[in-house]
Design a protein around this ligand. Structure first.
Ligand SMILES: Cc1cc2nc3c(=O)[nH]c(=O)nc-3n(C[C@H](O)[C@H](O)[C@H](O)COP(=O)(O)OP(=O)(O)OC[C@H]3O[C@@H](n4cnc5c(N)ncnc54)[C@H](O)[C@@H]3O)c2cc1C
Length: 119
């Protein structure tokens, strides 16, 4: 068993860190005044978006891929659908041109094996 860890704040980052530390066999204390989920926490909401489209920023795109893998793992591990894969729709008034976030995202996502659609 590793050293005791104290994490302050049971929002999504504190909870994620606690789960990861537990997985690494550390004893974890998560401290929060409550109630949980706390009504003032940024994590507390009806919905949050996790998306892959970050233009030409490949590092951020990869982080988003890993985040989605993590949410899908949580769906399996907890036996509850916390994460819903819905797809994402971008709308523009003019056709996407080189250098726009839509065009760059389309190129990066296609190259990384995703299947974005253009209509
Ligand atoms: C309106 C809005 C929309 C957003 N939309 C998105 C989105 O679509 N996609 C996305 O990825 N991100 C989104 N974000 C950002 C995301 O919600 C935050 O980055 C994330 O929830 C932060 O989590 P956290 O655990 O750091 O903080 P929080 O969720 O704020 O949790 C902090 C916790 O610390 C506790 N705490 C506070 N003070 C103390 C103390 N002194 N001692 C002990 N505990 C304490 C609180 O009770 C709370 O439970 C959005 C944020 C907002 C505000």
């Amino acid at each position: 068993m590793g050293m005791d860890r104290v994490l302050v704040g049971a929002g999504v980052f504190g909870v994620t860190a606690a789960l990861e530390l537990r997985r690494r066999r550390h004893a974890v204390r998560l401290v929060d005044p409550g109630p949980l989920p706390h009504p003032l926490a940024a994590s507390t909401d009806i919905s949050k978006v996790v998306r892959l489209e970050y233009g030409a920023d490949e590092v951020y795109t990869e982080l988003a891929e890993r985040a989605i893998e993590g949410w899908e793992r949580w769906n399996r591990d907890f036996g509850a659908r916390l994460y819903h894969r819905t797809g994402l729709l971008f709308l523009r008034r003019s056709p996407p041109a080189p250098g726009t976030i839509e065009e760059a995202s389309f190129e990066v996502l296609s190259r990384r094996g995703h299947r974005p659609e253009r209509r």
